[in-house]
Design a protein around this ligand. Structure first.
Ligand SMILES: *[C@@H]1O[C@H](CO)[C@@H](O)[C@H](O)[C@H]1NC(C)=O
Ligand SMILES: *[C@@H]1O[C@H](CO)[C@@H](O)[C@H](O)[C@H]1NC(C)=O
Ligand SMILES: *[C@@H]1O[C@H](CO)[C@@H](O)[C@H](O)[C@H]1NC(C)=O
Ligand SMILES: *[C@@H]1O[C@H](CO)[C@@H](O)[C@H](O)[C@H]1NC(C)=O
Ligand SMILES: *[C@@H]1O[C@H](CO)[C@@H](O)[C@H](O)[C@H]1NC(C)=O
Ligand SMILES: *[C@@H]1O[C@H](CO)[C@@H](O)[C@H](O)[C@H]1NC(C)=O
Length: 609
């Protein structure tokens, strides 16, 4: 830190002399992810928005607060932090702010050129690629994705003046080759509604369901009624007026169509007809309501999350920025991973929805660790403020879901080309709830349910017992070297994930993927929050410590899934087993039981137990 003063103090004194940085030192270097092909150098004039992350020296303190307020056995359970309290805990050191300011000033960047997050832990500045190359001592290239042909401007390594290494965690876009995609892979036009007409078949006996029965049709077609029956939520009417809200995030130019939503409501939720949702554009995210522009992912998420939780007010966030995108004269800027733009946006708001579902993810190994950790820290900040975050666990079982051997990520990218299971990020972040998938009634694990173990994040304490119990049952040597047994394990929970009946561009469609499971689980969480808030109790916030505690203390809170497996990477994957497993987690929710635990005499069960 002292050397910094030397380098920049000199510049300040001898103002007339062109600014000169300390010597650059390599900050980060990555191997280009498998399916990206290097084309020519990027145009020097292309504007690029650099996001600079300043270290958060007190993050461990935030984590301590988060663990306490999310642990139902702790006396601070539910005492969420305010926006300002969270911001104070992620604020960078004043010295980091001034060092970074001085560095930017030596490149002529100051004042209005810069924008900052409320906590000042992020600085954003738009510069031409040529200047970014000078600042980072690197060269940007255009990279083409072998699979979809999209192109992106990135570099495989960058440097920073040596004195700044302790004051900057990362700069992006540099080494982040995004493969962000929706988890709605099982898409087909439905063979039609007669599947619903199977009224004669006797209902299926499911003891944990509402009234102990589920309509026979639910074995082939999932509707709102099926979910309510199966997860024991029939007859619960949320207030919808107590301040409780639910949110869905949308990316990759996916539009949730309002006319389709009305058709869906007419079909499955007539009492919700004419109700709609709040649309929020992040960074200029569009909202094209032309029926033919409706997105399968956005429609699925909105129809099931809002259909299940009606009349709880719904919000759909449309975030612009589509990596990969096509840089051209008509493209004004290059962009970052869009969910960090969404995170910046939602963290800057005072009252975000208490429950938010996201059905997009990347292969974990394509996300630079520095970036994954910072994004994960942002999810922790939302959790500390009382927001429950659901993410689809993935649609490739233990693999990445890509059956093309040329592009799949079951091989490491680190030069060793070692075979390895491919967990996804953000579901691998320990501060979100990852949701795997089931199919049929009675429920079994669906074959594509994403699950496994992070290679980046260590296993958090809240799942230590559940996961080691599973690992102990695994025959010795199973998949040795293919997964990291000490890693954060996914998924945490599961929900139905296939054969969902939705409306898309005016037609009935059958759709599946863990994309269906996440908004379904989120819908149930929103109902639980509603019941709690109506009783004057705080929202559930970061869920995982609570979920694992309930599963251990009140096994009826979840329907344990014990049949099925999740093949991938040329293996049969893991098996669903009694207790937690890396296919369906703790199982699917029993709303009625969970509501009684969380609002009844057990609302503070930890202390009375
Ligand atoms: C971190 O926390 C300590 C103790 O609470 C405090 O003294 C210090 O100012 C904090 N650091 C920052 C950068 O806020
Ligand atoms: C549900 O469907 C599956 C797959 O078609 C079938 O094997 C199972 O017998 C059905 N269950 C019931 C209760 O009909
Ligand atoms: C929805 O609006 C239509 C037309 O205004 C009206 O006829 C219908 O009763 C409304 N339905 C509900 C459930 O409010
Ligand atoms: C919306 O969709 C219509 C019809 O396809 C198209 O003409 C229009 O350009 C789209 N608008 C935007 C902003 O994408
Ligand atoms: C990595 O290993 C796989 C399987 O052995 C092989 O097909 C592939 O060509 C290898 N890739 C590289 C880049 O060496
Ligand atoms: C899954 O279960 C089958 C049948 O019991 C067994 O043969 C197989 O070894 C199990 N696989 C794993 C990974 O545990």
């Amino acid at each position: 830190m002292r050397s910094l003063l030397t380098c920049f103090a000199l510049v300040a004194v001898v103002l007339a002399v062109p600014a000169k940085d300390c010597a650059h030192k390599l900050k980060e270097s990555v191997a280009p992810p498998r399916q990206w092909i290097k084309e020519g150098p990027a145009s020097k004039d292309l504007p690029i928005e650099l996001k600079i992350a300043l270290p958060q020296p007190n993050f461990s303190e935030l984590e301590r607060h988060l663990n306490e307020i999310s642990d139902p056995f702790h006396e601070r359970y539910g005492q969420h932090l305010s926006k300002e309290e969270v911001e104070a805990l992620v604020a960078p050191h004043a010295e980091s702010i001034s060092s970074v300011n001085e560095w930017l000033a030596t490149h002529g960047l100051m004042g209005d050129d810069l924008s900052r997050s409320p906590a000042q832990d992020w600085v954003k500045v738009t510069v031409p690629v040529g200047l970014a190359e000078k600042m980072l001592n690197t060269e940007y290239h255009v990279w083409r994705n072998a699979k979809d042909g999209n192109t992106i401007v990135r570099t495989t390594s960058y440097s920073l003046p040596e004195n700044l290494h302790g004051h900057i965690d990362l700069v992006q876009p540099t080494t982040l080759f995004s493969t962000l995609r929706g988890m709605d892979t099982n898409f087909r036009f439905s063979k039609e509604s007669k599947q619903l007409d199977n009224a004669d078949a006797p209902p299926i006996n499911i003891p944990s369901a509402s009234g102990g029965q589920v309509d026979a049709s639910c074995n082939r077609t999932i509707t709102i009624t099926c979910i309510q029956q199966l997860y024991n939520a029939v007859g619960f009417t949320p207030s919808g007026k107590n301040g409780n809200k639910i949110g869905i995030t949308g990316y990759l130019e996916q539009f949730a169509n309002i006319a389709d939503l009305q058709s869906f409501y007419a079909d499955q939720r007539p009492d919700a007809l004419n109700s709609t949702f709040e649309f929020i554009s992040v960074n200029g995210g569009l909202n094209n309501q032309t029926l033919s522009e409706a997105g399968a992912e956005a429609n699925l998420d909105v129809q099931f999350a809002f259909g299940l939780s009606h009349p709880i007010p719904g919000t759909f966030y449309s975030t612009a920025g589509r990596p990969p995108f096509i840089p051209s004269v008509s493209t004004p800027t290059n962009t970052n991973e869009p969910y960090t733009d969404w995170l910046d946006f939602v963290l800057s708001h005072r009252n975000p929805p208490q429950t938010i579902s996201t059905s997009y993810a990347d292969d974990e190994q394509t996300v630079p660790p520095s970036f994954a950790r910072r994004a994960c820290n942002q999810f922790a900040q939302l959790g500390a403020r009382g927001v429950s975050l659901m993410f689809s666990s993935g649609d490739g079982g233990v693999g990445d879901g890509d059956d093309d051997p040329a592009t799949q990520q079951c091989f490491t990218n680190d030069g060793r080309n070692k075979t390895q299971f491919a967990p996804l990020f953000p579901p691998a972040c320990p501060f979100v709830t990852s949701v795997g998938g089931t199919i049929h009634v009675p429920e079994t694990a669906v074959f594509f349910s994403g699950g496994g173990f992070s290679n980046l994040f260590a296993r958090p304490a809240y799942q230590q017992h559940a996961v080691t119990t599973f690992l102990k049952k695994l025959p010795k040597g199973t998949y040795a070297g293919l997964f990291n047994p000490a890693g954060r394990a996914i998924p945490d929970v599961a929900a139905q994930a296939d054969l969902f009946r939705i409306f898309l561009s005016g037609r009935i469609v059958s759709i599946g993927g863990t994309s269906a499971a996440s908004p379904t689980f989120a819908g149930i969480v929103a109902l639980l929050n509603d019941a709690r808030i109506s009783k004057g109790l705080p929202s559930l916030g970061f869920l995982n410590p609570l979920l694992y505690t309930i599963s251990a203390a009140f096994p009826k809170g979840f329907n344990d899934i014990t049949v099925g497996n999740n093949p991938g990477c040329g293996t049969p994957g893991f098996n669903a087993t009694q207790g937690w497993d890396p296919v369906t987690g703790l199982g699917t929710p029993n709303f009625g039981v969970l509501k009684d635990i969380l609002t009844g005499p057990f609302a503070h069960f930890a202390r009375e137990d």
